[in-house]
Design a protein around this ligand. Structure first.
Ligand code: ZN
Length: 423
């Protein structure tokens, strides 16, 4: 209170006048800046916080780099030099209409362009800057994806296939195919899928600048199959290997696939006695038949080596692979073999070894697939298959912790289906 009474003494008045003058100067400076930089004539200029002038040009159909540069006032020689730097340092030779933006930066409104920013892909930004000596220098910056984890769940309806139900649940095609591939290690889609069963998938979506660019990795899948709930989780081991594991940390990726061709209908199952469709008499069917059109690629059910390739009256064109000391697989009735796949060739799981056909004793195009264990034919749909890799003790402990995080995400997102999580 005492000080308030003294507020009008000469010293305080002088201070007040100085303070007011400073405020007025600041306002004046701001107004001048606003008038000077507020608009730049062509309507695309934006005053950025660091006082640079940026104009963003969206590439239109028919635009070329040289046209866009010429429009910005570059000479022919400069256009050539910039094009050369872009090609040698960033491998950019052309711009794509509708997807590329190009940004020109000037120090102030009237100065020449000193920096050009191009975003040639959602994950890469290329900046070329004019050095004081007039040379252009190029720098590439990786854009990290903004990864969002989403969850989709569905239910099998009467007469549904897994693919139909998955599409209805909003699972994108590519993700659905991966989920099928994973589940096929554990399930027989012909026999294990029934109306009323539920399934879910936790997967990533990658965003760049707020726009979805692509689907990412499948983090977890779940299917309530007849033989029990199948769950798989993606996990990276300490030494950087990525795989899928069941809820207890056992390897979910098996050394062999039960159904080499995805989504192919089983037309004849494994049996020790059946009436042969061509021969007419009862004979064991030592494999499984999958209906597929002629020319459909046949992937190797597992990694291995070609131990036989040839033709016989029953199998037609066939290939036999040896996978390890106990497992072999055989593929019959092929229309042709894949290029370069001969006896002795080492193949990866999923690598095409031949194409579906109807050669040999066959009533129509299909794949006849056999699994031979220790020299004996076994039912591909029920044989217990070894996992490709299992986790060591330390990795297993980490996995079980990580699994809790994924389970919590699943629980959270199942209550809020349209949300996403950033892990
Ligand atoms: Zn067959």
């Amino acid at each position: 209170m005492k000080k308030a009474k003294n507020i009008l003494n000469p010293t305080n008045i002088a201070r007040g006048v100085i303070a007011l003058a400073i405020i007025l100067v600041i306002v004046a400076v701001v107004l001048v800046f606003a008038r000077h930089f507020g608009t730049s004539g062509d309507g695309v200029g934006i005053l950025s916080s660091d006082d640079e002038h940026r104009s963003i040009v969206v590439v239109a159909a028919g635009d070329t780099l040289s046209k866009l540069l010429t429009d910005q006032g570059f000479s022919n020689a400069q256009v050539l030099e910039i094009a050369k730097v872009l090609k040698s340092d960033a491998d950019i030779t052309s711009l794509r209409a509708d997807s590329d933006k190009i940004e020109f930066v000037r120090e102030n409104a009237d100065s020449p362009v000193s920096k050009i920013v191009i975003i040639p892909s959602p994950w890469r930004q290329v900046e070329i800057t004019c050095a004081p000596d007039g040379k252009w220098q190029c720098q590439t910056i990786d854009i990290k994806p903004d990864t969002r984890v989403v969850y989709r769940a569905g239910e099998i309806m009467d007469g549904d296939s897994f693919y139909l139900a998955g599409a209805r649940a909003g699972i994108p095609d590519g993700i659905l195919a991966e989920v099928y591939d994973l589940l096929a290690f554990e399930m027989d889609f012909e026999r294990d899928v029934r109306a009323g069963q539920t399934f879910s998938v936790l997967y990533e979506e990658n965003y760049s600048n707020g726009k979805k660019v692509e689907n990412g990795r499948v983090l977890a899948v779940q299917f309530e199959a007849l033989r029990g709930n199948v769950k798989m989780y993606r996990f990276r081991t300490d030494d950087g290997k990525t795989g899928y594991y069941d809820e207890n940390g056992n390897g979910a990726i098996k050394s062999l696939k039960r159904t080499p061709i995805n989504n192919a209908k089983v037309t004849s199952s494994f049996s020790n006695s059946r009436k042969h469709p061509v021969l007419g008499y009862t004979r064991a069917h030592k494999g499984v038949d999958f209906r597929a059109s002629t020319g459909t690629p046949i992937p190797a059910a597992g990694a291995g080596r070609v131990v036989a390739r040839g033709y016989n009256n029953g199998h037609g064109n066939y290939i036999k692979l040896r996978h390890n000391s106990s497992f072999e697989t055989l593929y019959a009735h092929m229309s042709r073999f894949a290029k370069g796949v001969v006896v002795g060739t080492t193949v990866k799981q999923g690598q095409t070894i031949g194409y579906v056909g109807s050669t040999g004793l066959s009533t129509g195009p299909h794949l006849h697939y056999e699994i031979i264990k220790d020299g004996k034919h076994v039912n591909p749909m029920t044989v217990k298959l070894p996992a490709i890799s299992n986790l060591g003790k330390k990795d297993k402990e980490r996995f079980l912790e990580y699994r809790k995080t994924l389970d919590a995400s699943i629980e959270h997102l199942s209550e809020h289906p349209n949300w996403f999580i950033q892990l």
